[in-house]
Design a protein around this ligand. Structure first.
Ligand SMILES: CC(C)(COP(=O)(O)OP(=O)(O)OC[C@H]1O[C@@H](n2cnc3c(N)ncnc32)[C@H](O)[C@@H]1OP(=O)(O)O)[C@@H](O)C(=O)NCCC(=O)NCCS
Length: 138
């Protein structure tokens, strides 16, 4: 779904092959959003790696298929996944924003630091940002 920004000049076939062979992509849990029988958005959730603190998760590879963008699908998927994680007892979710962080601020994420990183966190309830190292890029 992020072929237009992440393919790096590869053909669609080569890009999909690379994704399927990615070790990193097998270490997380993928979530997809279906709308009217079409897969429109996806993202991956990681935990226990990339220096993500205990009881937190990390969201990566947020993308919506080009034809279905600007209809609220990514926002809906991110909010749904966060609700699920909150219900499962997690304290919050990290992500690294490759785009204007305003998009994620509207979804309740805040930068973890004022400089040198695009890392953001959304906390569930009255939880504090852990004083651990900032998670590495995922
Ligand atoms: C970013 C992306 C996931 C948004 O998906 P979407 O389903 O269209 O998102 P929503 O409909 O929920 O929200 C649309 C908002 O995203 C904003 N947006 C899209 N691309 C953006 C970008 N590069 N920078 C900042 N905001 C962006 C739109 O401006 C829109 O804002 P608006 O509501 O003020 O008009 C989608 O454009 C995409 O797949 N992009 C390519 C992959 C990518 O860059 N992913 C982000 C990785 S951090």
């Amino acid at each position: 779904m992020g072929f237009d920004v992440w393919s790096g000049g590869k053909s669609e076939e080569q890009y999909v092959k690379k994704c399927k062979e990615s070790k990193k992509y097998t270490t997380g849990t993928w979530y997809v959003l279906e709308s009217e029988n079409v897969l429109v958005s996806s993202l991956i959730v990681y935990e226990s790696q990339f220096r993500i603190p205990e009881n937190f998760c990390g969201i990566g590879s947020v993308a919506t298929a080009i034809l279905h963008r600007n209809k609220g699908h990514s926002s809906h998927l991110i909010n749904g996944v966060c609700e699920n994680l909150k219900r499962s007892g997690y304290s919050g979710v990290y992500l690294h924003s490759d785009i204007d962080p305003e998009f994620y601020k509207r979804l309740g994420f805040n930068p973890v630091s004022t400089e040198g990183t695009n890392c953001m966190v959304r906390l569930f309830g009255s939880v504090r940002v852990p004083e651990s190292e900032i998670p590495s890029y995922f």
